[in-house]
Design a protein around this ligand. Structure first.
Ligand SMILES: C[S@@+](CC[C@H](N)C(=O)[O-])C[C@H]1O[C@@H](n2cnc3c(N)ncnc32)[C@H](O)[C@@H]1O
Length: 222
């Protein structure tokens, strides 16, 4: 007997026997071998906090905004692990990735899910001007200027009062500084640019030297 719990604060996310899961819109969809379970005619796929910083942030109780039926610009989609889960929750996701190695597997996810739009581009340049204004900008870029890239994209695409979800890989910014210090410095940049920081934490033990920030765009001053 499985124990299914609905996440009241975050529609679309579930806990099954204490493990985070999303509901499969496409039956049998398990592109990363997470494992699925059927409960009462519904199918759920486990969402692994060791593979996704978003899942880790949820397990660590970082205050994530409601993502249900929202539009999202996702920077750094890689092979599509996290976006594959978000596709069952969000309305539409623009998934930006510039790695030729990752993009073919991302395309396969997009073909299946139909609400992820693949964008083969450098997020630093913000040249995909055809993308609509979105409710959420999500950034997981592992670059020295990851916060600046996220803010530049938010300045163009994020609706007022929209949310920025930012995974900070501190080692890409400064390996010599304490990871928490790097995060607080990046958070200062967000505040200076008109973001209100709602919630943030380090992601250990799931991701070493990574922080995860949820911010809201209030008065842009980019
Ligand atoms: C840590 S991985 C992302 C993992 C992914 N978010 C997930 O949870 O499944 C970072 C990705 O960002 C991509 N990336 C880094 N800089 C980028 C840029 N300027 N434009 C587009 N993609 C970029 C890398 O190629 C890499 O695939």
């Amino acid at each position: 007997m499985r124990f299914l719990k609905i996440n009241e604060k975050l529609p679309g996310f579930f806990s099954i026997d204490g493990k985070l899961a999303t509901e499969n819109r496409l039956k049998g969809f398990d592109p990363f071998g997470d494992g699925t379970v059927k409960i009462g005619g519904r199918e759920f796929r486990f969402f692994n906090p060791e593979r996704s910083k978003l899942a880790a942030a949820m397990v660590k109780n970082i205050q994530i905004p409601d993502l249900k039926h929202k539009t999202m610009l996702y920077l750094g989609a890689a092979h599509g692990y996290t976006v594959s889960h978000l596709s069952s929750i969000c309305k539409r996701i623009y998934a930006v990735e510039f790695s030729e190695r990752c993009f073919p597997s991302l395309l396969r996810i997009c073909e299946k899910t139909r609400n992820i739009i693949p964008v083969f581009a450098d997020a630093r340049l913000v040249k995909y001007t055809w993308v609509e204004n979105v409710d959420i900008v999500y950034a997981d870029l592992a670059q020295s200027d990851q916060t600046e890239i996220a803010m530049r994209n938010a300045a163009v695409f994020l609706k007022k009062n929209g949310s920025l979800l930012l995974a900070i890989k501190t080692r890409s910014i400064d390996v010599t500084k304490h990871p928490r210090k790097v995060c607080t410095e990046e958070i200062k940049k967000l505040r200076k640019s008109g973001f209100g920081v709602i919630s943030w934490k380090m992601l250990d033990p799931f991701e070493k030297a990574h922080g995860f920030v949820v911010a809201e765009l209030r008065e842009p001053s980019f």
